[in-house]
Design a protein around this ligand. Sequence first.
Ligand code: ADP
Ligand code: MG
Length: 324
Amino acid sequence: MRSRIGVLLLAVSVSAASSAGEWIADTQAIMGTRVHVEVYHDDAALARSAIAAVMADMRRIDASMSPYIEASELSVMNREAATHAVTVSPELFGLLQRSLEFSVVTDGAFDVTFASAGRYYDYRASIAPDAATLEATLPAIDHRHLELIEPNLVRYHHPAVYVDLGGIAKGYAVDRGIAILQAHGIVEGIVEAGGDSRIIGDRHGRPWNVGVKDPRKDGAMAVLLPLANTAVSTSGDYERYFEKDGVRYHHIIDPDTGDSARAVRSVTILGPEATMTDALSTSVFVLGVEKGIELIDEHFPGVDAIVIDGDGRMHYSANLEPLR
Ligand code: ADP
Ligand code: MG
């Protein structure tokens, strides 16, 4: 990270090269979030078709991986995999494999079967599962119930298992978007899907300033990060939540309890690809300050974490310590 920020600070002092190019952007609502793509290119028509291709791919991923779409591949898997092995696309199989890798390295903090209980929360309607529902579904939260049989079969080994890829799919879609831009010859641009972004190049001689929101002050930023050539994901307890009897229920679930994870308020992860930063922001959120930062420092060299704890204090992974 030091290098990533250092290079950036240098880049700011170098004046932007003159060129005939321009920035082209589009924003659409996809996957229940705001998708924003912005690229720099000499050929505006090419830039526009590249952006359109990214948006189309995001819609394709949503159609296949959304748990809210009955006909999605994921929904079919959720309905059938507890009774028989279900054939899935190589893409879904690959993302499930990635998910299980994160489950192993996080010791179960990241677990796509969280939704076995997590599906019974309705944040818009302020509904949390009752004690009986939690008791019945908690045993189904365990990534070891998920069997992936090469090349493309999935089997659930508990009747109440329900998979939701909300902690990793947006990051995956962002990485796909960047690959699509690169295939169009684009070398400067950003793809954002809600709290998950990835930048290639810089802002034509300047850094992208990506803000980490203040978790308790609407519209305010806790810190502004000058970034280039990186993925960045933030998980917060303020995006989707309700309060009941003074307790905040939000969308990041501790797989051990089926309840919202409440050790921290926000986690930002910087790393090479968005699939990873997305999964890790959710993971570190569940693990809390100490275990979360330890996970990053010990297992993910080249990845950085900024954690805002329950008192609003900021904590950094070892690579970022010099910035304090
Ligand atoms: P968002 O960008 O949607 O705010 P986050 O990266 O913060 O997402 O991840 C939150 C989402 O991850 C939840 O909406 C849910 O779909 C999923 N999720 C919640 N808890 C877990 C968990 N323990 N492991 C894996 N995924 C989770
Ligand atoms: Mg995440």
